[in-house]
Design a protein around this ligand. Structure first.
Ligand SMILES: Cc1cc2nc3c(=O)[nH]c(=O)nc-3n(C[C@H](O)[C@H](O)[C@H](O)COP(=O)(O)OP(=O)(O)OC[C@H]3O[C@@H](n4cnc5c(N)ncnc54)[C@H](O)[C@@H]3O)c2cc1C
Length: 507
């Protein structure tokens, strides 16, 4: 069916570009760069060996010779498929995570925590020790049903499915295999975001292993600074989260729609979309996607109206469907049915839906705070046309609306600062054949440069871009000094360290 095709297509767009590893990039990523060695000295107490660590773990410590090692090191971005950790600890209890952190504090090996493995920049893998929290996957609804406590390794689709059985939801992104930890710690924006806020807005408490190897609770009464930082300060910065308590919201049904336009109307479609999507009722969430297609570029607006009917959705989209040549199809279903469409899972088995489908990609992120004029729209349209003509992989610009609950939170109330933006612009390039990565990067640079005069200077930390100049300001803006102070308090020696990790404030 048409809407299922579209759902799968979005996931394909996000997850399934043809995927031959890019040898050059992999070699460059595999053991070089600032994340490869840590500057912090071993902590008092002497070094530990991996054998010592293995002896402290309840879960397995997978080394390269282990039969499970190959599958354990798979992450979303195939660009980093050549990175081979020394060891992957599959944590099965909180103590396993604490043991890994204590090891990291005493070792010169690089260290990182992994949940869903969807870091765009491959920050949840490295050549040292990876602490994989995926098996911390319990989901426990509170007796009053107003909150849910989840293990740090729960996948978005599992949380959506488990809560939907109770008529509840936590807002997540649309990708089924994104992990709750990376998603929530860096923000978390998806189809329910304008109604329920970002995932990070719904964090009520976390359990987190800090750099000293101790488990801390962070909630409004205990370590509130750590809670604040975990609400959007970015995964991998302040500790290893082992569990999150999240606010739940009642859900029932949703109407969904897909509106296609002739490519010649792409600028008009974008203009109509930006007049509606960031300003509509909270329940409305409409994405605008401009992307290369099999034979020609495509422009589409798609999304949902929570709790509404198809007629309500059509009425809300009227200024968009007034664009010449617009073709709208709509439907409705239970909240879960509709989220499965966005996840690309509507026609897949549960197992397939939970399986990462790696692809080689790169991305840029920007925010638009004032409506894009004709020049800005033309910059996007021309860039997509150029990528289509070049034929070396695919490309897309995805515009995600803000407003609603996302923008009712003050920029300093959580670490997620992007509260006065109209929408985010995500620029994506995928490729398959070896050697096409450089062309993809070049295309993205040209697109981002063309759009820069029309954007606010902020960027979304969950669309983390290892090449972004001035990333500290772009990701954290006015919240950066407080984040650096919190980093100094909790991790002054940078046990948690990666190339775009928040540096501690100077002493
Ligand atoms: C296909 C795809 C679709 C996406 N769709 C959306 C979307 O709709 N909305 C949206 O907002 N974002 C989306 N994202 C971006 C996503 O939110 C981020 O990439 C997120 O960081 C991924 O989290 P993860 O746990 O899956 O990844 P990981 O790579 O496991 O982790 C990401 C970062 O968090 C750290 N981390 C992981 N677990 C922990 C932990 N327990 N404690 C502390 N740090 C930890 C890692 O070290 C890493 O630095 C998408 C990404 C992809 C690849």
């Amino acid at each position: 069916m048409r809407w299922q095709d579209a759902g799968v297509r979005r996931r394909q767009l996000l997850e399934r570009a043809a995927a031959l590893p890019l040898a050059g990039a992999l070699a460059a990523c595999a053991g070089t760069g600032p994340s490869a060695t840590r500057a912090n000295p071993p902590a008092p107490g002497g070094r530990m060996t991996l054998a010592d660590l293995a002896g402290q773990l309840r879960g397995p410590l997978l080394r390269p010779a282990d039969p499970h090692y190959a599958s354990a090191r798979v992450i979303s971005n195939d660009r980093y498929a050549g990175v081979r950790p020394h060891a992957i600890a599959r944590a099965v209890v909180e103590d396993d995570v604490a043991a890994c952190v204590r090891f990291a504090a005493r070792s010169s090996l690089p260290f990182t925590v992994r949940c869903g493995g969807h870091s765009y920049a491959g920050y949840s893998t490295n050549g040292g020790l990876v602490c994989d929290v995926r098996r911390l996957d319990t989901i426990s609804l509170a007796a009053d049903r107003r909150s849910v406590t989840v293990g740090a390794g729960v996948l978005a689709i599992d949380l959506i499915t488990a809560l939907a059985a109770h008529g509840l939801a936590v807002p997540t992104g649309s990708c089924p295999t994104v992990g709750i930890s990376g998603l929530a710690l860096g923000g978390g924006v998806g189809f329910a975001g304008r109604a329920m806020g970002a995932t990070c807005d719904n964090i009520l408490a976390v359990r987190i292993v800090t750099a000293d190897g101790r488990v801390q609770v962070a909630d409004p009464n205990t370590n509130p600074d750590l809670l604040w930082a975990c609400r959007g300060g970015g995964g991998g910065n302040f500790g290893a989260v082992t569990a999150l308590t999240l606010a739940t919201h009642p859900v029932s049904t949703a109407a969904y729609g897909f509106c296609d336009f002739p490519w010649s109307e792409a600028s008009a479609a974008l203009a109509a979309w930006q007049g509606v999507a960031p300003h509509g009722p909270d329940e409305l969430y409409l994405i605008c996607a401009l992307e290369t297609g099999s034979s020609a570029p495509q422009v589409r607006v798609f999304g949902q109206l929570l709790g509404g009917g198809e007629d309500d959705l059509r009425a809300a989209m009227a200024p968009i469907t007034a664009v010449p040549g617009a073709s709208l199809s709509t439907g409705s279903g239970s909240y879960l049915d509709v989220q499965e469409i966005w996840a690309g899972c509507a026609s897949e088995s549960a197992a397939a839906c939970r399986t990462i489908q790696p692809s080689s990609f790169a991305a840029r992120s920007a925010y638009v705070a004032r409506p894009l004029g004709a020049d800005g729209a033309t910059a996007i349209v021309r860039a997509i046309e150029a990528r289509q003509t070049a034929g070396a992989g695919s490309g897309a610009v995805l515009l995600d609306p803000y407003g609603g609950a996302l923008n009712r939170v003050a920029p300093g109330a959580t670490a997620f600062v992007h509260r006065d933006q109209l929408y985010s612009a995500q620029m994506l390039a995928y490729w398959g054949a070896t050697g096409q990565g450089a062309a993809a990067e070049e295309w993205l640079d040209g697109l981002a440069d063309g759009l820069r005069p029309h954007t606010s200077g902020q960027a979304y930390q969950n669309y983390i871009d290892p090449g972004l100049q001035g990333w500290e300001q772009a990701y954290y803006a006015t919240n950066l000094p407080r984040l650096r102070a919190i980093k100094r308090r909790w991790d002054p020696d940078r046990v948690f360290r990666f190339r775009q990790g928040i540096p501690p404030a100077a002493a």
